[in-house]
Design a protein around this ligand. Structure first.
Ligand SMILES: [Zn+2]
Length: 300
């Protein structure tokens, strides 16, 4: 009899702690354990700043999270199938050599509810787009549903800006960068309020590249209902435009295979493989004189 009670107690303890362990795991996945972030502390979008720095711009990576060899790890979906986070150690060897063949993302992320608006000038006027947490040009998968979320075209531009900053740093230094992108959901909402993007250059201990930023999932002129993914026209901040990256040290991105010149923020330029990609500060006239032509996607 005593043995039976002991068995029941042991099983109970295992079930209780097992539940707590897995419950915690789904609430805060393996990749995002070290993140100390509270969405409540983020001010509302002010119509001007597409992102704000958090934690004094210092990423949350712990020493044992920082790796020296290229790898990528996607967090498990949470209990309501939302994407949790993606973390990678990115090196020159992890960036694709060849240009991307197509950008068709067949995965359907949570909150996907796409509508066209006259006030949206890019993305064919659609208010949503699918984006990879770790972008293709760094090493991310377009087919893995743990890496794909629904965002505004405005947020996609901003995510691309930070991913491009990482790609450029690696291109210049051949160092590795720890990189983590975490969508931030509030409560049970299915469309994220924004993404947290952290980067840390490994070999120089963050001297070359280190940031921790929250990027808003907003679209000027549009209001999202984050619990359903629905949206409405509000006209608020309608004239806000994407402001680009002031820290970059190049004026154009070149594709040396197709001999095209792209604007630095061009989303198509993010699909150029490392063996075809070059950065340039030359004048456009000099580039066209050297045989390049303006790419139709961005028309520099
Ligand atoms: Zn372009």
């Amino acid at each position: 009899m005593k043995k039976k009670i002991l068995c029941i107690v042991i099983v109970g303890v295992i079930v209780f702690f097992g539940y707590r362990y897995f419950h915690n795991l789904s609430a805060k996945d393996v990749n995002s354990k070290s993140i100390q972030f509270s969405y409540e502390e983020i001010p509302n979008f002010n119509g001007r700043d597409a992102y704000i720095t958090v934690n004094d711009n210092k990423p949350y990576f712990t020493n044992d999270e920082i790796l020296t060899e290229s790898s990528v790890k996607y967090g498990p979906p949470d209990s309501i199938k939302r994407v949790t986070s993606a973390m990678a150690c990115i090196g020159y060897d992890s960036m694709p050599e060849d240009d991307a063949k197509d950008d068709d993302i067949s995965v359907e992320p949570t909150g996907w509810n796409n509508v066209q608006y006259d006030c949206i000038k890019d993305n064919d006027g659609y208010c949503q787009t699918k984006v990879q947490l770790i972008s293709w040009n760094l090493c991310g998968s377009a087919a893995d549903k743990r890496n794909v979320i629904a965002v505004s075209p405005y947020l996609r531009q901003n995510m691309n800006m930070f991913a491009q900053r990482v790609a450029r740093y690696i291109d210049k230094t051949n160092n590795h960068v720890m990189y983590r992108v975490t969508p931030i959901f509030q409560g049970e909402e299915i469309l994220c309020r924004g993404v947290l993007v952290e980067a840390y250059s490994v070999e120089d201990s963050g001297a070359g590249l280190s940031f921790n930023v929250f990027l808003y999932n907003v679209q000027p002129g549009i209001g999202y209902i984050y619990s359903s993914g629905e949206s409405t026209y509000t006209g608020e901040y309608e004239d806000t435009v994407f402001s680009g990256d002031i820290t970059r040290d190049y004026a154009y991105i070149l594709n040396e295979k197709t001999m095209t010149v792209h604007k630095p923020d061009c989303l198509q330029a993010a699909k150029i493989g490392t063996k075809n990609k070059a950065y340039s500060n030359a004048d456009i006239e000099d580039l066209t004189g050297a045989g390049y032509k303006s790419a139709e996607c961005c028309n520099p």
